[in-house]
Design a binder for this molecule. Structure first.
Ligand SMILES: Nc1ncnc2c1ncn2[C@@H]1O[C@H](COP(=O)(O)OP(=O)(O)OP(=O)(O)O)[C@@H](O)[C@H]1O
Ligand SMILES: [Mg+2]
Length: 168
């Protein structure tokens, strides 16, 4: 299955995508990439709330990992931006997640080979005033998640994207 691209016109559209993802995901690993301020935490937060966690979801910028318990799943939300060495990840237990855990990983490229297989890679980029998002399954599990998104061949989440060639 190929990648799915969606345009998110504003933060509300990002939250809506997070909600929709929450309805289809299960245990596994989702990599969230994109530059500082792209919206990785915003999307992760919407997924965590969509999965039923009602408390505050803060960015794991300093703690590197924040755990959540939802009715259906355990979640570990990672931000590896400040990770210094793979040893640090092992110490934080990145390889010792319970089988019922969904890992949401910001800055996955900093983990090199410490991550389990990534089921779904989500890349967020600035486009105009909004964001362009590409979801790429990495496993058959990830393919099932993407296939389960409503109208996954065309998922309108806001007005049409601005012309990508237009200068800002
Ligand atoms: N589709 C969108 N269109 C416009 N703004 C958005 C959109 N989605 C999110 N934002 C805004 O972009 C910012 C994203 O911040 P966020 O902390 O989620 O970024 P991040 O990718 O996690 O950055 P970092 O790498 O620092 O952790 C927020 O201010 C949010 O309101
Ligand atoms: Mg973040």
């Amino acid at each position: 299955m190929s990648s799915l691209r969606v345009y998110l016109a504003d933060a509300a559209a990002t939250q809506q995508l997070g909600q929709r993802l929450a309805n289809v995901v299960g245990p596994g690993c989702i990599a969230l990439s994109g530059e500082l301020g792209a919206g990785k935490t915003e999307l992760a937060r919407a997924m965590i709330h969509g999965l039923g966690y009602q408390g505050r979801v803060k960015s794991p910028t300093y703690t590197m990992v924040e755990p959540y318990e939802t009715p259906r799943l355990l979640i570990s939300h990672w931000d590896l931006y400040r990770i210094a060495a793979n040893d640090e990840l092992q110490a934080l237990g990145i390889r010792e997640q319970s089988p019922n855990t969904l890992m949401l990983v910001e800055w996955p490229e900093r983990a090199s080979d410490a991550l389990p297989p990534v089921d779904l890679s989500i890349r967020i980029e600035h486009q105009g005033d909004g964001r362009s998002v590409v979801l790429t399954p990495g496993t058959s599990t990830g393919e099932q998640w993407v296939a389960g998104l409503p109208g996954s061949t065309e998922m309108p989440l806001g007005p049409r994207p601005p012309d990508a060639n237009k200068t800002r």
